[in-house]
Design a protein around this ligand. Structure first.
Ligand SMILES: [Zn+2]
Length: 102
């Protein structure tokens, strides 16, 4: 998925997503058609590319945790000193409290 100063293609709906001319690495873009389809711009090979991410709310603190799409289920995230395990169901990620303390 390339963002060459112009646009990304949403993998879900196929719509082009315009990348603003002043976009910078680290900016977050959202597909205007799909709720919750987000792209984090990252420099790659001298140009900006969009990495699809998903915002998941932490069940303990309600803070939003950014999950990079493709992250394997079972990955442990830490939020507010507690650990949560990544799960995936019905097309979206979620965090579940881990039974083991760390
Ligand atoms: Zn879309």
């Amino acid at each position: 998925m390339e963002a060459h100063g112009d646009r990304l293609i949403c993998p879900d709906c196929g719509q082009p997503i315009l990348v603003p001319d002043d976009a910078q690495a680290g900016d977050l873009l959202e597909c205007p058609e799909c709720a919750g389809i987000l792209f984090r711009l990252q420099p790659m090979s001298g140009r900006l590319q969009g990495q699809q991410v998903q915002m998941v709310s932490c069940p303990g603190t309600d803070q939003l945790v950014e999950i990079v799409c493709g992250t394997p289920v079972g990955t442990v995230y830490h939020c507010d000193g507690r650990s949560y395990v990544l799960t995936y169901a019905f097309g979206s990620y979620a965090l579940e409290a881990s039974s083991s303390r760390s």
